[in-house]
Ligand binder design. Structure first.
Ligand code: DGT
Ligand code: CA
Ligand code: CA
Length: 364
């Protein structure tokens, strides 16, 4: 078997970076993205903040009131509500670009993914380092996002490496460097070890991973139980055999855009849908996918949704057929249209791989 090479990608200050993307003026200001609770006022928590706001002590999970206090004396601080749909749109674009770099792509969440690149790098960390740099450039070009990449021979160390230097970081830990990389790190650098577990070790005067390694598996067992103990014991030694397992964000491909202006005019909507069809089509071709269902979606001026869909006679990857179906659905949807359309989307589903071109590293 080839040596494994694994990337962990994490988008920097993700929600806040997305907000900066659509409003570049924010880049020079402290920005906090807030999940306002339905109790109104400032009740709720900070989802994330850009690095300027972090410098003032604003953190994910912190009550909005605390964050406002921290930024009290800063007159240009900006507090924004979340817009998950928009963040997903950005994420999807970036993930589509990222997938192209993987032998096996594992979607973890909107701002995170693992890539197995063992085959294409032939197990070489030199090649991996170039590939990772290239990937960062492509993400920057295609979606204007900065991300941080960790590279190692397993998922665990790749993940730890990606949180080592942020934002816009790239940390490469080749197998022979794993030990010297991990040893000086604080124990909480191990994913899953939170405040509480850290305290247990603190009470034993254990602060670093090097110190953690002085505990034998039996003492760990008695403190945490067999399963967690085994995880911690192995993690401290950089051992992780978990494969990167092919996982996509969904069993469908979809694209949605916010229209330049609200509208219910066939021509204008058709033009937008056509672009979306082109975009979707290029990704399904790249992934050797055929689809059997096509749908369109309106988000209307009152934010309500309207969808239309159709199942085709046979699975296809034809752009013409996609467009023709979408235009039929559009006419159908506009028949009794009252409200203006604010956002419009296309989706294809009922997917399968084009037979004969199956690529074992990617499936649904
Ligand atoms: P970083 O450190 O540059 O990766 O910053 P983020 O903001 O990307 O942090 P990350 O990767 O832990 O989380 C990704 C997104 O998940 C983040 O932009 C907002 C959301 N998120 C993270 N922590 C919290 C939280 O405590 N509460 C809520 N509501 N959302 C969170
Ligand atoms: Ca992140
Ligand atoms: Ca993350």
């Amino acid at each position: 078997m080839e040596k494994r090479v694994v990337f962990h990608i994490d988008f920097d200050y993700f929600f806040a970076q997305c907000e900066e993307l659509r409003n570049p003026d924010l880049k020079t200001k402290p920005v906090a993205v807030c999940v306002f609770s339905d109790r109104g006022g400032d009740s709720g928590a900070i989802a994330t903040a850009n690095y300027i706001a972090r410098n003032y002590g604003v953190k994910s999970g912190m009550p909005i009131k605390f964050a406002k206090k921290k930024l009290e004396k800063v007159n240009n601080a900006v507090f924004l509500p979340t817009d998950f749909e928009y963040y997903s749109e950005i994420s999807q674009k970036a993930m589509d670009a990222i997938k192209e770099f993987a032998d096996i792509f594992e979607y973890v969440g909107r701002d995170e993914a693992y890539l197995d690149v063992s085959m294409r790098t032939e197990g070489s960390f030199d090649k991996a380092s170039h590939l990772a740099q290239q990937l960062k450039n492509v993400v920057r070009k295609s979606s204007k996002l900065s991300c941080t990449v960790g590279v190692s021979s397993n998922k665990l160390v790749a993940k730890i490496a990606s949180s080592f230097k942020k934002p816009d970081g790239l940390t490469i830990v080749s197998p022979e460097k794993i030990e010297s990389f991990l040893d000086p790190l604080p124990i909480r650098a191990i994913p899953g070890i939170g405040k509480k577990t850290e305290e247990v070790f603190s009470e034993m005067s254990l602060e670093t991973i090097l110190q953690l390694k002085t505990l034998d598996v039996f003492s760990l067992n008695s403190k945490f139980g067999r399963k967690i103990a085994a995880y911690i014991y192995n993690a401290a030694r950089g051992i992780d055999n978990e494969p990167v397992s092919p996982r996509q964000e969904a069993t469908q491909y979809s694209r949605i855009v916010t229209l330049k202006e609200d509208s219910k005019e066939y021509g204008f909507l058709a033009k937008n849908l056509e672009n979306l069809c082109d975009e979707i089509h290029s990704t399904i071709i790249a992934d050797s996918i055929i689809f059997k269902s096509v749908g369109i979606q309106f988000v209307q001026s009152d934010l309500s949704n309207k969808t239309k869909s159709r199942t085709l006679k046979n699975p296809t990857s034809s752009l013409d057929e996609l467009k023709k179906t979408v235009m039929h659905l559009l006419s159908e949807a506009l028949e009794d249209q009252q409200l203006l359309v604010r956002r419009i989307g296309v989706r294809v589903s009922d997917l399968s791989k084009i037979s004969g071109q199956d690529n074992i590293t990617r499936y649904f």
